[in-house]
Design a protein around this ligand. Structure first.
Ligand code: PMP
Length: 306
């Protein structure tokens, strides 16, 4: 395999990468009944450190709740397993993917006696939308696919099944020559990206959509709100953003653990602002990378050193 890692933690044991397999009649494979996280470990000035690990793990347990999925391992156990995995593999800058799902027992939609399987994998992974994108921004398309409302599938938690919508939106965009999509909610207002939250800058103030707009409340979103407020910006964190406002925004950018802080330079081929990374985006992006690389000592409690 291409990831250059030998081990995966699976149900309490470290197993060879090739042996971390599951039965084809796994409940989650058929019905999307898994919950997961995407977390980054940064190779900081003080050594490798996982960024906001506790918040990610808390969200994993929250994600399990609506599905009554018993993760069966404590917060502490999963933290120890992850740190041990990173140490064993000598991973410094990497992406961490914990997942818990209904496993193999019976195939009714009711999970019945299906066990919960839990795995943690980690591998080196560059920025999601590309290094060049961080500097120059990405071209995005407003997807023709709408995001499901939280009354259809909870959108405030991170469930594997939700990502069929993300895949449809993202692939539609890529088929049309764009890098990523923006997804509208049922009301036709902006929700978020397929795997990112969305921020808008107008007249020096910052706007981002909140949980009522059918979003996952991203941990990077929370980080960026905090940093922006520390920089003195007013942040409207439950904004309603209409489709039309996208095109007239001064600046737009995506946030996510994978995407980090990625500027958006065009929507549907319409230039946003000057069609390059805007000054507010650049300032926030700079603050974000200074933080995660520990070039500042603020928020040390957000880091779990390996
Ligand atoms: N929205 C969706 C749909 C996502 O998949 C992600 C990535 N987890 C985000 C937003 C950003 O969340 P975070 O900053 O916690 O990675």
């Amino acid at each position: 395999h291409e990831m250059d890692v030998d081990t995966i933690w699976l149900n309490g044991e470290f197993v060879d990468w090739e042996d971390a397999t599951t039965h084809v009649l796994t409940h989650a494979l058929h019905y999307g009944t898994g919950v997961f996280e995407g977390v980054r470990c940064y190779d900081t000035e003080n050594g490798p450190a996982i960024f906001r690990w506790d918040e990610h793990l808390d969200r994993l347990y929250d994600s399990a709740k609506p599905y009554e999925l018993d993760i069966g391992h404590s917060h502490e156990e999963l933290s120890e397993a992850t740190l041990e995995l990173l140490r064993r593999e000598g991973l410094e800058s990497c992406y961490i993917r914990p997942i818990a799902y209904y496993g193999y027992h019976s195939l009714g939609v009711s999970p019945g006696d299906c066990p919960t399987d839990v795995a943690i994998a980690a591998w080196p992974w560059g920025t999601y939308l590309g290094e060049e994108a961080l500097e120059n921004g990405v071209d995005v398309m407003v997807s023709s696919w709408r995001k499901h409302a939280s009354s259809q599938i909870p959108t405030n938690v991170k469930t594997t099944g939700l990502y069929v919508n993300s895949m449809l939106a993202g692939e539609e965009a890529r088929r049309n020559g764009y890098v990523e999509a923006i997804v509208l909610n049922k009301e036709g207002n902006v929700a978020e990206g397929p795997g990112e939250n969305l921020f808008m800058v107008n007249d020096g103030e910052i706007f981002t959509t909140g949980p009522a707009q059918s979003i996952l409340e991203g941990i990077t979103r929370d980080t960026v709100i905090t940093l922006a407020e520390e920089l003195g910006y007013t942040v409207h964190d439950e904004a309603v953003i209409s489709r039309g406002q996208l095109y007239t925004a001064d600046e737009l950018f995506f946030t996510g653990s994978a995407a980090e802080v990625t500027p958006i330079r065009k929507v549907d081929n319409v230039e946003i602002g000057a069609g390059t990374r805007g000054p507010v985006t650049e300032e926030i992006q700079g603050a974000f990378f200074d933080l995660v690389e520990r070039k500042t000592d603020a928020h040390d409690d957000w880091f779990t050193y390996v």
